[in-house]
Design a binder for this molecule. Structure first.
Ligand code: PGA
Length: 265
C-alpha cells in the first residue's frame, strides 16, 4: 500500500537562536540540503522551521529561494486588539507563515494554555489559512498509571469540533509525551507507533477516513539522528517535531536525510 502522506520534519527552536545563528543555520542548511533549495525540485519530504517570533521575517528572507516551510511556535487566541505581547494569526499570515504549533506542552504547562485556549487558537489559524501542528501527549504519572491513551485522545476530543473544519492535508497532529521532551529520554519507537496509530484511528472515527489517510501524525520528544530511523520506519509516524536536535543545521539535516532515505529506498 502506498501512503499518500508527505513526511514532515519540523524544527521547533523554542526560545533559542539569535540573529547571527539564524543566518549561519540557513547558510549551512543550503550546503547540506541543496535539494531543498532548488525551487524546481520536488523533495520527497517537507521541511519546516519554527523560529521565535522576531526571527520569522529573517528566516523568510533567508529561505526565500528554498522549499523549506516557515512556521510559528504559537499564536494569540484573539483576532487582534488590546492584547499586549500577543501575535495574531493575521500577523503570521502577513509574514507568510505556513504552519503554527499549537497546544505545545510548554505553552500548556508554563503559560497555562487550556483546551479552551487551544480551541480558540485553532479557530484563529483556520480563519487565516495556517496549518496547525496540534501537540498532544501525556505526563509521566499518567503513563505510569496506564492512562496515556485516554489522556492523549481526550486532548483531541476536547478540540474535535475545531479540528473538523480543517481539510485533511491542512492539519498536523504531533504526539509528544511530556516526559520525553527535552529530557533525552525518548519514547520506545513501538510505544510511539502505538499512540500514533491510535491517533489515526481516532481521526478516522471522529474526523473521517480522509483525515486518517492524509493528516500527518508526528512524534516529538528527544528525536536525534541516532534514534530517528526507528521512529521514521513506523507505519503511523510521518515525521518528527524536533527541539534540541533542530538547533544545529548539521543534526537537523541528518534527520531530514534519514527520513528521505527511508522514503526513497
Ligand atoms: P525535544 O523537543 O526534541 O528537545 O525533546 C521537542 C518539542 O518540544 O517539540
Amino acid at each position: 500500500m502506498t501512503i499518500a502522506r508527505t513526511p514532515l520534519i519540523a524544527a521547533n527552536w523554542k526560545s533559542n537562536q539569535r540573529w547571527d545563528t539564524c543566518v549561519d543555520f540557513a547558510t549551512e542548511l543550503k550546503e547540506l540540503l541543496p535539494e531543498q533549495f532548488d525551487l524546481d525540485s520536488e523533495p520527497p519530504i517537507d521541511v519546516l522551521i519554527c523560529p521565535p517570533f522576531p526571527y520569522i521575517p529573517l528566516l523568510g528572507m533567508l529561505l526565500e529561494e528554498a522549499t523549506v516551510y516557515l512556521g510559528s511556535q504559537d499564536v494569540s487566541r484573539y483576532t487582534g486588539g488590546a492584547y499586549t505581547g500577543d501575535v495574531s494569526a493575521a500577523m503570521l499570515a502577513d509574514l507568510e507563515c505556513d504552519y503554527c504549533i499549537v497546544g505545545h506542552s510548554e505553552r500548556r504547562n508554563v503559560f497555562g494554555d487550556t483546551d479552551e485556549t487551544v480551541a480558540e487558537k485553532l479557530l484563529r489559524l483556520y480563519d487565516e489559512g495556517l496549518v496547525p501542528i496540534l501537540c498532544v501527549g501525556e505526563p509521566l504519572e499518567v503513563r505510569d498509571a496506564g492512562q496515556a491513551m485516554d489522556f492523549t485522545l481526550g486532548q483531541l476530543d476536547a478540540v474535535c469540533s475545531q479540528l473538523r473544519r480543517f481539510d485533511p492535508d491542512r492539519l498536523v497532529i504531533a504526539y509528544e509525551p511530556l516526559w520525553a521532551i527535552g529530557t533525552g529520554r525518548n519514547a520506545e519507537a513501538g510505544d510511539a507507533q502505538e499512540m500514533c496509530s491510535a491517533i489515526r484511528e481516532w481521526a478516522a472515527a471522529q474526523l473521517g477516513t480522509a483525515h486518517a489517510e492524509a493528516t500527518p501524525v508526528l512524534y516529538g520528544g528527544s528525536v536525534k539522528p541516532d534514534n530517528a530511523r526507528d521512529y521514521f520506519s513506523q507505519t503511523d509516524i510521518d515525521g518528527a517535531l524536533v527541539g534540541g536536535a533542530s538547533l544545529k543545521a548539521d543534526k537537523f539535516a541528518k534527520l531530514v536525510k534519514i527520513c528521505q532515505d527511508l522514503r526513497t529506498s
